[in-house]
Design a protein around this ligand. Structure first.
Ligand code: SF4
Length: 427
């Protein structure tokens, strides 16, 4: 029995209890959230997963995407990335390989972690069709459903599925007169190519009930993909993107009614002044389903620093109500991320999630403790509280001060020290 059915029957499962304890809310709050579709806990009947709650009233979660590309296939490296992401504090991983032996890579990554693992079955089905028939557009609907089931049996907890990108969306995209920056969703690009070549409806949409049967049977959480997301801030919040959101909102209702836990993904590349509207419209249309925000990147001109660009967008998204954010690494738009890129991407996204939670959930206790530790020049305490203690320690020790209480930024003129010597500001 899936978690929605358990919640509807009034039962509180072990996963609900664990999430309630981690989040500091009551188990009944979590049960009600799952029943209403406003909270999900991606589980798998095929392996133990550390329970992660995503949704209303919970802290913002961070996903790290890893996986091979067609150019770089290094299985051991992807397993190491999974470990580095977990050590850096990621809440989930998405295994998004597009090169090499898909089954072996996924099996090894899933074995290497207790985190929830997500996937995009369309990638594997499309690329296997290229390997088998010479063209991804020769993929069949059966290929897609077979891969979905196979990935579920490997212990995948949630799947980004590009169901909302149907013929109406493609028509809307064509009618609106193109885009400046195209489309940045690989799944969206694959599915549009398939629909246009075969002159057929997206099978994930036309056979949505069958897809739900598979997801329900294997207790996979559905993450409704954002295939229409814009690849440039100049195209944000356009008609094609909103069209897909409307369809995804309808599909999210149907999925929840069928007992499938569901999240909805959002864009992409959007400027700061459109973030609030995007989050609120999505939440309103979906009756507050969990919102998985991909980025958003708030400017297009900073390759090499896109983890910071995304952190600005993600912190605002989280503050306005997004529940789950996907990290972006410094390698975004440039190359497959290295181990250090993964680590830096996770830490940066965690900072963004926390900044959002300070507003969304009022989570300010650690900031209060850090403020006091800085005032009191309690360095060990500051390192304990730091989001990335190792980096903070390393920077201070590399440029050690002559006065151990201050640091080399102001040295003899340390404001905290001067104040402490003249007035008691402790509270
Ligand atoms: S020296 Fe300056 S930067 Fe360093 S702790 Fe004192 S006030 Fe802060």
């Amino acid at each position: 029995m899936g978690l929605i059915d358990e919640a509807k029957a009034g039962r509180i499962t072990k996963e609900m209890e664990t999430v309630a304890r981690d989040e500091g809310v009551s188990p009944e709050y979590i049960r009600r959230g799952i029943q209403s579709g406003r909270i999900v806990i991606p589980v798998s009947p095929y392996r133990y997963t550390r329970p992660m709650g995503v949704g209303k009233g919970l802290c913002t979660k961070v996903n790290a995407s890893i996986g091979t590309s067609s150019d770089i296939v290094d299985l051991e490296m992807e397993v190491r990335k999974a470990r580095v992401a977990q050590q850096a504090g990621a809440d989930s991983l998405m295994e998004l390989s597009t090169g090499g032996d898909f089954r072996e890579i996924r099996r090894r990554v899933v074995e290497s972690t207790e985190l929830s693992v997500g996937s995009v079955p369309l990638y594997q089905a499309f690329i296997e069709a290229i390997r088998k028939h010479g063209a991804g557009v020769d993929m069949t609907a059966d290929d897609l459903f077979r891969v979905t089931e196979e990935q579920a049996r490997l212990g995948t907890n949630f799947m980004a599925i590009h169901t909302g990108i149907n013929r109406i969306c493609v028509e809307r995209l064509q009618k609106q007169g193109g885009r400046f920056g195209g489309l940045c969703s690989r799944g969206g690009a694959f599915m549009i190519a398939w629909m246009l070549h075969n002159d057929q409806e997206n099978p994930l949409y036309s056979q949505f009930d069958y897809l739900l049967e598979i997801l329900k049977e294997h207790e996979v959480t559905l993450s409704l993909g954002n295939g229409m997301r814009a690849g440039a801030v100049h195209d944000s919040t356009d008609r094609a993107q909103i069209q897909e959101l409307i369809i995804n909102a309808e599909l999210a209702d149907a999925a929840h009614a069928a007992g499938v836990q569901t999240m909805v993904e959002g864009p992409g590349h959007i400027p700061v002044d459109e973030i609030e509207a995007n989050v609120k419209v999505m939440k309103r249309m979906t009756d507050e389903k969990p919102f998985y925000m991909l980025g958003p990147l708030v400017t297009d001109i900073a390759p090499g620093y896109d983890h910071i660009v995304a952190a600005v967008g993600a912190s605002l998204s989280s503050a306005y109500g997004a529940d789950f954010i996907c990290y972006v690494t410094p390698a975004e738009h440039l190359a497959l991320p290295s181990l250090e890129d993964v680590r830096e991407g996770v830490v940066t996204a965690r900072i963004a999630a926390h900044i959002g939670d300070m507003v969304k959930n009022g989570s300010r206790e650690t900031d209060l403790k850090m403020g006091r530790a800085r005032r009191d020049m309690a360095w060990s305490r500051q390192f304990e509280l730091a989001m990335d203690s190792e980096t903070a320690r390393k920077i201070r020790s590399e440029r050690a001060p002559s006065d151990a209480e201050a640091c080399t930024m102001c040295g003899d003129f340390c404001a905290h020290k001067i104040i402490r010597e003249n007035i008691d500001l402790r509270k």
